[in-house]
Structure formats: C-alpha cells, structure tokens
Write a protein that binds this ligand. Sequence first.
Ligand code: T1G
Length: 699
Amino acid sequence: MTAEYKVHGNVAVITMTNPPVNGLGLSTRQGIVDGLGKANADAAVQSIVITGAGAAFSGGADIKEFGTDRAMQEPNLNSVILAIENSPKPVVAALHSVAMGGGLELALGCHYRVAAPGCSIALPEVKLGILPGAGGTQRLPRVIGVEPALNMIVSGEAIKSEMLGMLPGQKLFDKLVASPETLAAEALAFAQSVAGVRPLPLVRNLPCKHPEGDAYFQFARNMVKGMSKNFPAPAKCVDAVEAATKKKFADGMAVEREIFINLMWTAESRSLRHLFLAERAASKIPDVPSDTPKRDIQAVAVIGAGTMGGGIAMNFLNAGIPVKMLEMKQEALDRGIATIRKNYEAQVKKGKLKQDKYEQRMALLSTTLDYADLKDADLVIEAVFEELGVKEAVFKQLDAVMKPGAILASNTSTLDVNKIANFTQRPQDVVGLHFFSPANVMKLLEVVRGEATAKDVMATVMAVAKKIKKVAVVSGVCDGFIGNRMIEQYGRQGGFLLDEGCTPAQVDKAMEKFGMAMGPFRMGDLAGNDIGWAIRKRRYQEKPDMKYSKTADLLCEKGRFGQKTGAGWYDYVPGKRDAIPNAEVEQMIADHRAALGITPRKISDEEIVQRLVFSLVNEAAHILEEGIANKASDIDIVYIYGYGFPVHRGGPLNYADEVGLFNVVQAMNRFAQNPLDDAAFWKPAPLLARLAAEGKTFN
Ligand code: T1G
C-alpha cells in the first residue's frame, strides 16, 4: 500500500508514500481508506491527519493510470473523499509543497486544512483537457469564492498557499503554519485542538452563491471563448462552477461528473495527457541511467555572436550562468552584444523583465577575440557558419584550448556531428545542441548524440537543457536529425500541391485550419526560402532522382526569400507580418504548371492536410526504424515545440494514431497512384506498414 499509518498520542497520521508526487493511484487511495478505518476503530485515536511524504502533499490523480480501469476502480477518488467526510473523527489535511488536482480535492474533503507557506495550490486538470472530477468545481468556490475559484479552475495555474490565505473570508485554510518544517507538529497540535468539535465542518455544507450570477457567468463564458480555441474543457469549467451556484451540492456533483467523463474521452484530452507524459519521457534516454553522474557546468562559452549565437547565449544568461562570447572581429562582437541588449530592452519595455534583472544578466556576459580565453569554460557551443570546413577550423581550435572534460557542442542544423567530433582528439566530449531560431524563444532543443558521445555528456546536456528551460529531445546523426529531416518531405509535398493546382494561400489556409501555427509557405517566408534553396541544391547533387517541384527555385531566383527581403511567396509591408498574396507569384506558378503540361485540378483541404501531415508520419516511421529517435512520443514533442504543430492534435504521430494507422496507409496508397507525386516516397515505412497491419499504434 502506498500510504503509511502511524499513531502519535491520540492523533492518527496517514502519510501518502507514492513517489514522485503521491499520485492518487489505487494503492494510495486504498491506503487512505484503510487508515481511516483503523483510526475510527481505535478508541485511543481522537483525530486524524492526512499528509504526503517527500516532494508533495499530492500532485493529484495518477496520470499514468488514466485510461486504465485502475483509475475508476473503487475506492475511486470520490469514494475516498466521501469516506473522509463521513469520518466520525475530525480529519485534518496537512499541506506542503504541492497540493494539486485530486490532491487539493482530497484536502477539500477533509474537515480542516493546515498549510505550510510555499505550497503550490492548483486545479490544473484543464491543462489535461478535463476539469476537476472529484468535487473541485463544487468545493473550491465554497471556500475561496466563485470568481477566484473559477479563475483557478479555468487557468489551471498554481497559486501559493500564503497568497490564497490572504483572500478575505477564505475558508480554504484553517491555519497557515510558520514554515514547512513546523507543519507536522503544528498539524498534530491543530488536530488535537479540534478533537472534540461536533458537528464536524464540511465544505459541502457551505453556501455557494454569486451576487450577479447570470451576468457574471455570461461574462466568464465570453472571456473563456477567446482563450480556448480547439479546447472544449475551459467552457465546461464555467458550466460546472455555475452549477455549484445554482444547484444543491449533490446535483452539482452530478453535473461535474458527467462533464468530467465526457471530457476524459475527447481527442483533445488524450492529446494533452499524451504530451504531458511525452514531454517528461523525452528527458529519459534508454541506455543512460537517470543517476549517471553529470559534469559540473558553471561557465559557458559561445562561438559566434550572430543571431543564433546571441540567442543561445541569452538562454544561459537567463539561467544565471556566465557566458563568454568569442568572435573573429570586434565589430561582430559589438553587433552581437547590441542585439542581445535590444532583445532584453524590448522585454523590459513590455514589463516582462525587470531592469535590475536585465543588468544582472548583462553582467554575466563577457566577450573575447582570443580562443585562449575560453579554456576554463565547462561547455562551449559553436554557432558559426553552417559549412563543414568552418566547423573543422573551430573544433580544431577548441580541441587545442579547452580544458579536459569540457563539453564541445555544435549548433549545426544539418551537418554530420560524427565528422565534427572527429576533428578533435576527444569525440566522446562532442555533442550536437541544435537550437531553433529564435534560440532565446523556441523551447525545442535537439540533442544530437554522436557515435562516440559519452553517456555522462548526454546526461549533463539533458540536465543543462532543463536548467535553461528547453524541452530537449535526443536525436541520432542523420541529415536534418528529426525535425528538419521530416519538414523536408512536408515541404516537398507543398511544392507538388502547387504544381498540381493549389496556390500558396490555399495550402497555408488548409494547414492553419488544421491548427498549424503557420502553413508551409508562410513558414518558408519567415525562416527564409533561401535556406530550403541551399538544401535542395545539395540534394540535386546527392540524390538526382529525388523528385522536387521547381517552383520554390523559381521563386528564389527572383530573390524572393521571404520577410527578410520584404517578399517571398507573399508580399509584406515593412513592420507588419501579414502575408499578402502576390499575383505575379501565382502567375509564375500557373505558367510553370502550364510549361509542365499540367492541367490544374481542385484539391480539397483534406487532401492537402493528409499529404502534408502523413508525409511527416511516414518519414517519422523511418526515423524510428533507424533509431534516430528513441520513441514516437519524442517526435511528437519535436513537432509541438519546434514546428508549431497543434497541441490539441498531440503531435503528428499521436494524430496518426487518432486517425488510425490503417487509414493512414490507405491514404498513402492513394497518393502513390498520383503520377505527379512521388510514388516511391509514399511506400509505407516498414514499421508503419507493420503497425497498421497489426492494428497497433505508434504511441
Ligand atoms: N500523476 C502521476 N505522475 C505525476 C503526476 C501525476 N499527477 N504529476 C507529476 N508526475 C510525475 C511526472 O510524470 C514526473 O515523472 C515526476 O512526477 C516529476 O514531475 C480527479 C483526475 C506536480 C507540479 O495535472 O503539474 O487529479 O518523469 O517533472 O517540475 O480531479 O508534475 O520523474 O517519471 O513535472 O517538480 C491533476 C501534474 C491530475 C499535476 C511537479 N494533477 N503535475 O512538477 O516535476 S488529474 C496535475 C505537475 C486529477 C482529479 C483529476 C507537476 C508537479 P518522472 P515534473 P516538477
């Protein structure tokens, strides 16, 4: 059982012991109910305390149990809370660190709540596409008021216990203790002090009203509608809390239950729950134990003060880690520093960064023109020109000056990390750290593991990624790693669609309706069409039989590289991001089509979405087969955090699972019949074909 029972004098203490955060899995729920039974059967016991061991009171229902019958198996959470409310002896919740979701609901079922300061209080279920399902929508409004409760439930954000304790008239906490260290003793004393109280107070018996109910909830619905595109849960939170103000407690609970069960089975909730676990799973590397010793990273060096180098440096400055930046010329350094200052000053102006914090960060930044000055850095990241010869020169220099044990990282986005590692005498210390532009904003970091990269280097850089608030995904060495290798196929399909009859705007609109932050052509204009152009030129040499539409080349030959040249697939007005369709570009596409003897056809949004998304899926299946990615969920994380894939779809592979891999393969077989497409590409990857044939899923 993952709950301990111990009697201290005349107080029984039930302690949840289900690391890492006392998830309320079946064995914990059973342990609480057993403890209540023992305490109420023991005449010496006059009151009861429930608390959590370790890092949390409780992080809520055990997310790992979701979708399994254990989650609903009795005693389910509502039954545990009912057992607490029906306890003839007073039950006191002793809250510390984290009391979230079902954990807070458990505490709300207790007769009293004693909290330590610094405890994160939240009902974050909405972030999993559901809502509190064990009375949170009915009890929380009764103890902190309807509006603060609805705000917490709709946002899912945590508020510290001491802040909530200041709410006028709050009945959430009966006592706020001085510190976490005194919680246990003070909770015992409090439990003794209420031993004789009868009748015992129940949150369910408190009134729950809002003075201007209808007007307030209408306002709340309007507010929520704006922020919850693609997600049904936030609006349902309003319905449940409104029921708390209009119905008897038991009827309100029935409303909450029905909504909870319906939301649990939505694709959006499955996607959000998948991503919650996927993001945490990404930091685990199958053959690198979590207790692998990590190298100490106290000082970082960055080679190159360009856009990437500056952005990379900012990540470390933001985490309080000193950075020494090296360039070849002083004016490049000056430009780099100026750009960093400009980025921070923009944040200060928007009130996102305090002036003193800005100055603290800049004080951590130093510059040099001399490699010898880098020798004490624990980690050096090069972000120089993307050409192997340049990388070779840099790594040979680094090999000569860096201290033994320093980690040498390349920010390359396409070059072979094994070749780069072999420019040094220490390939085991070389790794790829592929940041996504803008590096100080994008959360995704592809950690590219070379053949020789040491396990402790991998463990170290994964921990550094967490420290600089990046979501790191491990990739093996191949051209384009995970994200860019897949996006190349996505871009190819975009080109074919233009040849076959689409305009850039039609493709982009279809993808943005699907939920992509940006369609492929707007994205090209943002990133720079010349980047894809350079890659295609390389491809034409390496793989002359690989089919490409020539439209993008024609566009680049006109110098229409995108926003940076003021025009790309679309036109742009300086200072604005609106993509304005351009008649000449559309004429260029039509002329090219005619030159190829292609009669344009009407292509449905569904075909656009399927060809673009399933091209990601098929390439991802190859990436998984080759071991470039460790697991399917890693690839979903890459696309959510690096390419604006819609969160409510859970990532390309989660989406394929939702569609059904049988249907994905059927669609691919249809695309292979199209003479203007690339039939060879649409041959399902063996892994995909096998999963589909066996009725299985990627995740
Ligand atoms: N269940 C199971 N495991 C959980 C968990 C949970 N609720 N919360 C965290 N973990 C695991 C997580 O997977 C990771 O595991 C480890 O704990 C550390 O997490 C009826 C139905 C609690 C603030 O949504 O917000 O209650 O990778 O890296 O940064 O209404 O985790 O080590 O194997 O995030 O210190 C509602 C979600 C559930 C809380 C800790 N509760 N968790 O943050 O560590 S639904 C939540 C968090 C519910 C009821 C409904 C955070 C945290 P591993 P971490 P952290």
